[in-house]
Design a protein around this ligand. Sequence first.
Ligand code: PLP
Length: 364
Amino acid sequence: MHIPFVSFEPMHKEIENEILSKFKEVYEKNWFIQGQEVEKFEEEFAEFCEAKYCIGCGNGLDALYLILRGYDIKEGDEVIVSSNTYIATALAVSYTGAKPVFVEPDINIYNINPRLIEKAITTKTKAIMAVHLYGQPANMDEINSIAKKYNLKVIEDSAQAHGALYKGKKVGGLGDASGFSFYPGKNLGALGDAGAVVTNDKELADKIRAIANYGSDKKYHHIYKGTNSRLDEVQAAFLRIKLRNLNKWNKERRKIAYKYIDGINNTKIIKPVEVDYARHVWHLFVVRTKNRDEFQKYLNDNGIGTTIHYPIPMHMQGAYEDLKISKGTLPIAEKIADEVMSLPVWYGMKDEEINYVIEKINNY
Ligand SMILES: *Cc1c(COP(=O)(O)O)cnc(C)c1O
């Protein structure tokens, strides 16, 4: 049997006719930037996130960057980031000129450990990036209460967690602002690059809308040294179709994840946990094991595609040499990078495929 790490085919087959006719509609309208599709998607996605405002933008990295810019975070400032995340979270901070300060995650949950945040706060700290990694919300109450105590902004990186719940509430409106990515492989993916900011902060929303559009608040007037990061009509139109299916697709991911959790009983493999405050959307199903590379080769030899999220922690990347954080300084992030591996979890996986993965893992 061959099971790819990810396949868009079953998902895209189901919406093919809708996508193609929508494309024709947008194509014939000849209106490609800042039109009705974007406007409607922004309304619908804000509603989905139980938040007031949504501003479409070019990608997830831009969404995070725009939020930081919107809050005037700049050179000389510090922003707290989990040491276990995709590098985009830290790069968004670096783009503003501010410094990312890494705080270790909880080894069982993989998200930032709120108990370690306070020690990392200095007089320069302006914000905390709360990443909902792999699809499970970070511990927002604890993060928000520390932020309140030190007057910091809380920025959610929701790029892997569209539709996830924290204590029954959707991610996106849990902090001051939230950045989403619609990279094709995310739970809600465009057919190309796309992203959005979601927030309940009206002032921030207005400012970001301007910054993302050349700093312009009205035609010919540029009040910020802005950038160009806009969601386009074609992608917004596709995203609207996909958003209507997202709950169904997330449900299917949960079903697969729980089949894995119930079925995998190999003691060499550490399974992920869903914490009691969370409704996990399983963007990734991440297991851990000591001899990860050997385990990955074994699954690959058996036709099972896997990926590592992520093999090199940010502080060990060439891009962050300047921070001079030596190996061993962030042991939990390093351990995670050495041991994690993501199993296939995608809409349309058949029971026999899920059972095959479980069987091969249990025979390892
Ligand atoms: C994908 C991702 C991003 C960046 O999104 P892009 O659309 O690829 O720029 C940011 N943070 C996390 C956690 C991600 O997984």
